[in-house]
Design a binder for this molecule. Structure first.
Ligand code: KG4
Ligand code: ZN
Length: 345
């Protein structure tokens, strides 16, 4: 098993590299560098070609910096882990081409990592004792997944979004309210000063474990059109929207806890940076489960979580071959879909 693992993440708009050092199942983070591409803010969303080109320019300096901060030379790297998917094809290709080339030059293994398995492993960077079974809610700009995590690498899909991802809804509503991309943090700041005056619908609240956020987004759109003083209504609109999303996320996750009887809930992905979400989740499952959330730096896209998930896969002897290719819709490894469980109403 590798003792020094270099992780690389380029699936969206963060160029990131990290170094993990250690033995067996207890690797330590030696460095993490995350470079956020700010160019997309001007466009209100990620522009794929600009993201690829920015990765191309930034990746080598970012890797060099991660090695320097770890105090290790390139020659000490024993393996390379890189995000294989899901993500933007062009952005993924930059990271994968770099990782494969580096690994080949060093004569070391490379492993392709599923981006969401990275998000799942993120809390273990702070809490190495975290072990399944647990319920995981993965909420990012591209995904909303409710998982029954029976063991590392053994996942059962309980529910997912039928349309927009939770983070995508935050970003789109932020645009409606005239806030900058990414919208989640801006909405959370505004919401703290507002009240749930608009009482938007809680989509599919009592209907299985799946989610739907596009109707909610439309409800916010109509409310902004109906507003005669948007500047004055913004805080309440942000709060009302955020409360609706959080109510649905919390209720379904709590029912998954009741259904599985797992003692832990893991929140992962960028939306898990929301302190309002973590607070409401903890209140709702108090006495049933403990809520675990990685710190924000490990929750937004970063290479430390990719390195950690790659470490797990390499320990299982799952290095990739030189055929490793980007897969924008890569299925989560070890995901069992099974018959949909019926949540208790
Ligand atoms: O996991 P992530 O960094 O990238 C993807 O894999 O998509 O997630 C980014 C998403 C964005 O949609 C952003 O608006 C959202 O996470 N986000 C938040 C908060 N911080 C980031 N959403 C709600 N509240 C927050 N505090
Ligand atoms: Zn992500």
């Amino acid at each position: 098993m590798a003792e020094v693992l270099l992780g690389i993440e380029t699936s969206c708009d963060e160029t990131s590299a990290a170094v993990l050092v250690g033995e067996r199942d207890r690797p330590e983070l030696a460095s993490l560098v995350v470079l956020s591409q700010d160019i997309h803010a001007v466009f209100g969303g990620v522009v794929p070609e600009l993201a690829s080109r920015a990765h191309l320019r930034a990746l080598d300096p970012v890797v060099q910096r991660a090695l320097a901060e770890a105090g290790l030379p390139l020659s000490s790297v024993d393996a390379v882990a890189v995000t294989q998917g899901p993500g933007l094809a062009g952005a993924l290709l930059v990271g994968i081409t770099y990782a494969k080339t580096l690994a080949a030059a060093l004569g070391k293994p490379v492993v392709g990592v599923h981006h969401l398995e990275g998000h799942l492993f993120a809390p273990t960077l702070d809490d190495p004792d975290l072990e399944p079974p647990f319920v995981a809610l993965l909420v990012s700009g591209g995904h909303t997944l409710l998982l029954d995590v029976r063991a590392w690498g053994e996942y059962r899909l309980l529910g997912q979004t039928r349309d927009d991802a939770a983070g995508e809804a935050f970003d789109k509503v932020a645009t409606l309210l005239g806030l900058a991309y990414p919208g989640g943090p801006a909405i959370e700041r505004l919401a703290a000063e507002g009240t749930d005056r608009f009482r938007f619908p809680r989509p599919m609240l009592h209907d299985g474990f799946d989610f739907s956020f596009s109707g909610l987004k439309t409800a916010v759109l109509y409310a902004t059109r109906a507003s005669t003083d948007l500047a004055a209504d913004r805080t309440d609109l942000a709060r009302s929207f955020q409360d609706a999303v959080i109510d649905v996320l919390v209720e379904k996750t709590a029912r998954a806890v009741e259904h599985t009887e797992h003692p832990v809930v893991v929140l992962g992905g960028g939306v898990a940076c929301s302190r309002a979400l973590a607070r409401r989740m903890s209140d709702r499952v108090r006495g049933l489960a403990r809520v675990v959330v990685a710190r924000p730096r490990f929750n937004v896209d970063n290479a430390a979580m990719i390195a950690r998930a790659g470490w797990f896969r390499l320990r299982r002897g799952e290095a990739s071959t030189h055929h490793l290719d980007a897969n924008p819709s890569l299925p989560l490894p070890g995901l069992e879909r099974g018959p949909a469980p019926t949540p208790t109403p």
